[in-house]
Design a protein around this ligand. Sequence first.
Ligand code: DC
Length: 232
Amino acid sequence: MITKRTPLDRLVVAVDGPAGAGKGAVCRWVALQYDFEYLDTGAIYRAVALLSLQHGGLADQPDRLATMAREMAFVFSPVDGRFVASLDGADVTLALRQETVSMEASRVAALGPVRSALLDFQRNYGGKKNILLDGRDIGTVVWPEAQRKIFLTASLEERAKRRALELQEKGETVSLPGLLAEMKLRDARDMARAHAPMVPADDAIIVDTTFMTLEESQHQVAALIAPLYQER
Ligand code: DC
């Protein structure tokens, strides 16, 4: 007999929120603590953005880009405690973090056909394993049935400062006002778009990390997931 797998066969945790709130660093740590599969869904949009840029910019051709998104071989996997993204066989982990890719990602992420093309990948990820996904619309669109939804946020100024620090540590020169303006633009685009805008789900728990250290944010999110084990 074939039984249809319902989402409750595994734990699904959705972590949404704006760039720089700490989603990646928090989720990577929490996923390791609880042995969850982890998917940074922003990396998938970034991969589509990279493809777009490699073809001279395709944000004005949503259907062509959606076909490419459906056909791309994207793999996101843990290697020695960090996560590696590969696109059509090439390691693109570093390429995906470039600022040009960030800007193009917020353009391609506004396209309905591209978002639809990426849904199955996000829903099927991890097979039957417990899964933690971070993004913008996980709790509202991708996994509305997730057993725990968290909206991780922080003030724009704090998020820009964190990003500046991150870039400085990599030896890059940064302009804080420039970063702030860019982030503001990306936030506005993510929140105002017609398709799956970034909003907390009605049943999401809001975690504001403005005045928290990374460790405090990690422990706070871990504490929100712990009760799921008792409920099962
Ligand atoms: O989280 P990030 O900065 O890597 O995301 C890159 C872009 O993709 C950003 O503009 C938001 C968008 N995104 C989205 O629209 N939906 C998601 N689930 C994840 C990211």
